[in-house]
Write a protein that binds this ligand. Structure first.
Ligand code: GLU
Length: 452
């Protein structure tokens, strides 16, 4: 037998029942970075067995959102294509007595739980259905009851390796036998997921810590279905600003990737933040997913839940924009009708938090700007002193030196009135870069108090 480690294959497995939010993106990113660093493969698996809630539109949305982040998949499949495989696995489990039919209604199960609670017992399914005879079952079915099917757990402590939580134990004796097939014949997520993980040779399962308890059950299923048990990494959960968990279907919480994209978030800013959030390492803007992959190690992820903070994202977003060269943004500038050339981009880039803010600076360069002037005499004297000839980034210094000499104003008292007159606001890109873009004609008009 070969002892060589198999090629790393990971999967991100969302259900197409909503748009992806930042928490989902974090799971997808971890998987992608892990695969990239290991030279392995990243699978996108659409868990669409719930045909009432899954839609084609959401499936497209997921592919689009991941594409936006640059998390391109090497393998793509969807569970609705693979029903025959799940049926085969279910038949095998039934034949081995590991998947058994149950007929209790939700109300009956609720009654059982109440009785257990009264007696101080844990709410674990009592396996009453295992004692039904063929006759009992026939009778129940004649009454019109459709069975749901439970997996018969080995009542033992199940252990698995977790790269974040260490060796983890789940006491399967205190867990109800899980329902794998519903009364209407539909599969719940568990069985299809394990069958897929086995068939696609998934080596590592990186997902949210909300799945830890399920993992005990899943490890048992991997064993009985004859697959190698993957290595797990359950990462802590991402919370919204109020410390509440993010939910894919909660459209109100605007943390969907679609909403962030529409608000001008740079995908690499989100990647850079999510790759480091919850690790002791600093968040650094970067334009390279490969760089993030090089520095990525799931074992550096902490175990506590972590807050997602939009102000932090803004900071990384700004840092990301500041790294973009003119050639990389030319088309985006053109699309916004904001392409005033490389000097303009170089001048305004350090002031951007969101890309669309370039529009504000185009308006300041090209007008119309309503000047803000407290001292019209000073402003008009400054206008008289504007240099002739070609303007470049040395013009501002030459001009303000002369204005200083002539008026005695210096420091903030010199620069602020000029900035307010020239731009109408009191902050913005360096005026040595902005002045040549504004040009002599507009500068003079604004200094003389005219909207230009
Ligand atoms: N479809 C499951 C979910 O979205 C996948 C969980 C898993 O990664 O196993 O929760």
């Amino acid at each position: 037998m070969s002892t060589e480690a198999p090629e790393v294959i990971v999967r991100f497995a969302p259900s197409p029942t909503g748009r992806l939010h930042v928490g989902n993106a974090r799971t997808a990113l971890f998987n992608w970075l892990f695969a990239r660093k290991a030279g392995g493969k990243f699978m996108l698996r659409l868990d669409d067995t719930d045909d009432e809630r899954s839609t084609e539109e959401y499936a497209h949305g997921i592919v689009e959102d991941l594409g936006w982040l640059g998390l391109v998949h090497d393998i793509l499949d969807r569970q609705s294509n693979r029903m025959a495989e799940y049926d085969k696995a279910a038949e095998k489990l039934k034949a081995e007595g590991l998947l058994y039919p149950c007929y209790e209604t939700p109300e009956e199960l609720e009654m059982k739980r109440k009785t257990q609670a009264r007696r101080g017992l844990p709410p674990v399914y009592d396996r009453a259905a295992l004692s039904l005879t063929d006759e009992d079952r026939a009778k129940l079915e004649a009454e019109g009851r459709q069975p749901h099917w439970r997996f018969k757990l080995a009542q033992e402590i199940t252990t698995f390796t977790d790269l974040i939580f260490g060796e983890t134990k789940v006491d399967c004796a205190s867990v109800s036998d899980p329902v794998l097939i519903r009364g209407d014949g539909r599969y719940l997520y568990t069985l299809p997921s394990i069958v897929d993980d086995i068939d696609f040779g998934i080596t590592h399962i990186i997902r949210g810590a909300d799945h830890v308890t399920n993992t005990g059950v899943q490890v048992q299923l991997f064993r009985v279905l004859g697959g190698r048990v993957p290595v797990f990494a359950h990462h802590s959960m991402l919370q919204g600003p109020e410390g509440k968990p993010l939910s894919k279907r909660d459209d109100a919480a605007d943390f969907s990737l679609m909403a962030l994209r529409e608000h001008g978030v740079e995908p690499m800013a989100l990647n850079a933040l999510l790759a480091r959030l919850g690790t002791p390492d600093p968040v650094e803007a970067t334009l390279s997913l490969d760089r993030l992959a090089d520095g990525f190690d799931v074992a550096r992820l902490g175990r506590s839940d972590i807050r997602f903070d939009l102000t932090e994202l803004d900071k990384v977003n700004a840092g990301t924009l500041h790294m973009l060269e003119y050639d990389e943004v030319k088309e985006r500038l053109q699309a916004l009708d904001c392409d005033l050339g490389p000097d303009f981009w170089a001048a305004v880039r350090p002031n951007l938090t969101r890309f669309a803010e370039v529009k504000d600076w185009v308006r300041i360069a090209e007008g119309p700007v309503t000047p803000v002037i407290d001292d019209p005499v000073f402003a008009s004297r400054a206008a008289d002193l504007l240099p002739e000839g070609e303007w470049d980034e040395t013009t501002w210094k030459a001009w303000t030196d002369v204005v200083k000499g002539e008026t005695g104003a210096k420091g903030k008292a010199l620069f602020m009135p000029l900035r307010q007159a020239l731009t109408g606001i009191d902050h913005g890109p360096e005026l040595k870069n902005l002045l040549p873009l504004i040009g002599r004609e507009r500068a003079e008009a604004r200094l003389r108090g005219k909207k230009a």
